[in-house]
Design a protein around this ligand. Structure first.
Ligand SMILES: NC(=O)c1ccc[n+]([C@@H]2O[C@H](COP(=O)([O-])OP(=O)(O)OC[C@H]3O[C@@H](n4cnc5c(N)ncnc54)[C@H](OP(=O)(O)O)[C@@H]3O)[C@@H](O)[C@H]2O)c1
Length: 333
């Protein structure tokens, strides 16, 4: 789309929580800002939670949706210097968290400020990083939330470690790829035989079906000669099973709870395992840059389940909620 036309389309979630395709003017970048022509955006669990009204943070109505996008710098405003017109960029999930420990949540895309499901966005240049060169826009658009969360969850693992990932969502598959790149053994859980085979193809040494094996924590432990795993990337919320799988002094990286509110945990269960509970909050821009450097060095490619065209964005939301999915759902512009 030519910005001289000065009209663009975006998807906004209205007060009735319906995704609406809206026409509007192409925004002009102000001081310190850049205009990005969006080429792809991706869905995360949070986007369907926002649409369903169950995201833990309140969402303002009529905001452009989706926290993750990649595109090309189309124009730069005054007093900018990080990017030039034509640069291929991807956004940082937390637009004002540049590095160091998280001190405040700041504004979030899709709940406080306009997100990336639009033909153009204007953002502060500091909210963007350069895309890994070998990736397509569709692949790069999967990096800001799920991939960076997986990266943060497995930070510090090495060849002596065994990591347990749960299911085949965006966070878990990224954690699998990064843990394997670091030389760790990865055990996975999943819900079907077809997905188990794909997880093994990505480098999981063993896969346990958590539907057929309700006591999957013990099954995972047995796969480690009863030692237990060093790290659980917790996205399911069934913490009792995760603790059954955990080695003494192992870590639970608490990412989310796909089961809903999550299981209550007896603190003594943590203490008796001398366990470390580490909560994960996506990551900073500096974490994203470090992750992208590793993605570039090892030519990693995010796992994409399906790409939808922009005019089928509502169908992408529906597909995202479908259990057969393996990996990320992307909307291409
Ligand atoms: N803390 C943070 O910073 C942060 C950041 C991003 C995401 N999150 C949270 O992390 C969780 C995962 O996010 P995501 O984007 O990766 O989700 P996702 O892509 O929607 O993950 C869906 C997959 O997870 C698996 N799954 C579903 N229910 C499960 C359960 N009860 N136990 C184990 N696996 C289950 C299924 O795979 P199989 O069929 O293979 O089992 C499903 O296809 C969500 O709760 C999200 O809100 C937190």
């Amino acid at each position: 789309m030519d910005p001289s036309v000065n009209a663009m389309k975006s998807y906004r979630l209205n007060a009735a929580r319906t995704l609406e395709l809206v026409d509007g003017p192409v925004p002009t970048p102000g001081r310190g800002q850049v205009l990005v022509r969006v080429k792809a955006a991706s869905l995360n669990a949070r986007d369907t939670m926002i649409a369903a009204g169950v995201y833990p943070w309140p969402a303002l109505p009529d905001l452009v949706q989706l926290s993750d996008g990649a595109g090309v710098v189309e124009a730069v405003g005054p007093d900018t210097g990080r990017f030039r017109v034509g640069d291929r960029v991807v956004n940082s999930f937390a637009p004002t968290w540049y590095g160091g420990p998280l001190r405040e949540f700041g504004q979030m895309y899709g709940t406080d400020i306009d997100g990336w499901l639009a033909e153009y966005v204007v953002v502060d240049e500091n909210a963007l990083v350069t895309m890994p060169a070998h990736l397509s826009f569709e692949e790069a658009a999967t990096l800001p939330c799920a991939a960076l969360t997986g990266w943060s969850a497995v930070a510090g693992v090495g060849p002596a470690d065994t990591v347990l990932i749960q299911g085949s969502g965006g966070v878990s598959l990224a954690a699998l790829q990064f843990a394997r790149t670091a030389g760790a053994r990865v055990i996975a859980t999943t819900s079907s035989e077809a997905k188990a085979q794909k997880l093994q193809a990505l480098g999981a040494s063993d896969v346990v079906n958590y539907v057929d094996t309700p006591d999957w924590g013990t099954a995972v432990r047995k796969l480690t000669d009863d030692r237990g795993v060093d790290l659980v990337v917790e996205v399911g919320g069934a913490i009792t099973q995760s603790l059954n799988a955990l080695a003494l002094r192992g870590t639970v990286a608490l990412v989310g709870s796909l089961t809903g509110p999550g299981e209550a945990v007896d603190l003594m269960d943590l203490l008796l395992r001398v366990a470390i509970l580490r909560t994960i909050g996506v990551g900073s821009r500096s974490d994203l840059e470090e992750m992208n450097r590793v993605i570039g060095l090892h030519e990693l490619r995010p796992v994409i389940d399906r790409v939808f065209p922009f005019d089928e964005a509502p169908a992408a939301y529906e597909h995202f909620a479908h259990g057969s999915r393996f990996g990320k759902v992307v909307i291409s512009l």
